[in-house]
Design a binder for this molecule. Structure first.
Ligand code: DHB
Ligand code: FE
Length: 279
C-alpha cells in the first residue's frame, strides 16, 4: 500500500524562479532564503519519496477568472509550464502519474468532494517554483499529482474545507494498492498582499504563529474564516489554505524536521516547513 512519508511547504514567489535562473544563492538578499532548502533536500534524500502530491493555486495561467474551479486535479502523465509574463524561464514538462491521479479523484468524488479533473493542465509558478526548490537537480523527475485550489477569486473554499480535502487526500493515498512513498507539498503564503491600499502588507507575528501551530494544532488554524485569513495575512496570504490542505493529508504522528521564515522575499513573508509523518 502507498504510505505518506511527510509534508513540505514553501512560498512560491515568481522572483525565486528568476533568482534560481541567475544562481543568486550567495547573494546577500537571497542567501537567508536559499540556505534553508538544503536541509529539506537532506530529508528528501533520506526518505526518497516515489511521488509528490503538489497542492498549489493557479494564478491565471491555466484557469482565468471566467472559469474558476474550486478544486481541480491533474490526471495526466505530463504537465507543461508556460511563460506567465514574470520574465522567468519556461521549464521542461513535469512528470505526472495519471494512475495515482485517477485513484485520488475517484476516492475524493466518492467522499463527496466534487473535483474538476484535468487531462491537460498547464502548471504555473505556484507549482514550478516549489519543485525547483525541493528537487533542484531535476524538478521534472519525480511523478506528481497537481492539486489546484482556487485562492484568487472569491468565494474561495474555507480553510476547514481545504483541511478536510487534505484529510480525504490522505485517505486516498493510503488506500492506493501500490507500494509508493508519497510526499505531500503545499505551496504559497505566507502573508502578502500584492494590490489595493494594503499592497506590501506582511504580518510576521501571524506568520510565525501559523508556522508553529500548523505542526500540532492545525484544526485551530482551520477554524479561521477566509475573511479572517485575508485580514491577518493579506489578500494573497489566503494561499495559506494550501498549507492547511497539505497538513490535513498527514494522517499519522507528525514531527517537525525543519522550518524557515524570512522577510521580505519580493512582497511576501517567505516560509518553509518540513514535516515527517510516521504511521
Ligand atoms: C508574489 C507572491 C506570490 O505568491 C505570487 O503568486 C506572485 C508574486 C510576490 O511576493 O511577488
Ligand atoms: Fe501566489
Amino acid at each position: 500500500m502507498a504510505r505518506i512519508v511527510g509534508g513540505l511547504t514553501t512560498s512560491h514567489i515568481p522572483a525565486i524562479g528568476g533568482a534560481i535562473a541567475k544562481k543568486l544563492f550567495e547573494d546577500p538578499y537571497w542567501k537567508p532564503f536559499f540556505d534553508a532548502y538544503p536541509k529539506a533536500r537532506n530529508w528528501l534524500d533520506a526518505v526518497k519519496p516515489d511521488a509528490a502530491i503538489v497542492i498549489y493555486n493557479d494564478h491565471g495561467l491555466n484557469f482565468f477568472l471566467d472559469k474558476m474551479p474550486t478544486f481541480a486535479i491533474g490526471a495526466a502523465d505530463q504537465y507543461r509550464n508556460e511563460d506567465e509574463g514574470w520574465g522567468i524561464p519556461k521549464l521542461p514538462p513535469f512528470k505526472g502519474d495519471a494512475k495515482l491521479s485517477w485513484h485520488i479523484i475517484e476516492s475524493l468524488v466518492a467522499e463527496e468532494f466534487d473535483i474538476c479533473h484535468c487531462q491537460d493542465m498547464l502548471v504555473d509558478h505556484g507549482f514550478a517554483v516549489p519543485m525547483q526548490l525541493f528537487w533542484p537537480q531535476d524538478p521534472t523527475a519525480i511523478p506528481t499529482v497537481p492539486v489546484c485550489i482556487n485562492t484568487v477569486q472569491h468565494p474561495m473554499p474555507s480553510p476547514m474545507r481545504c483541511f478536510k480535502l487534505g484529510r480525504a487526500i490522505g485517505r486516498a493515498i493510503e488506500s492506493y494498492p501500490e507500494d509508493l512513498k508519497v510526499v505531500v507539498v503545499g505551496t504559497g503564503g505566507m502573508s502578502h498582499q500584492l494590490d489595493g491600499t494594503r499592497a506590501g502588507f506582511i504580518n510576521k507575528a501571524f506568520d510565525l504563529m501559523c508556522l508553529d501551530k500548523i505542526v500540532d494544532e492545525p484544526e485551530t488554524l482551520a477554524k479561521m474564516s477566509s475573511l479572517d485569513l485575508v485580514r491577518e495575512a493579506g489578500a494573497q496570504g489566503a494561499e495559506f489554505i494550501l498549507w492547511l490542505a497539505m497538513r490535513g493529508a498527514l494522517t499519522g504522528r507528525v514531527r517537525k524536521v525543519h522550518s524557515n521564515y524570512h522577510i521580505p522575499i519580493s512582497n511576501t513573508g517567505a516560509g518553509m516547513l518540513v514535516l515527517e509523518n510516521a504511521a
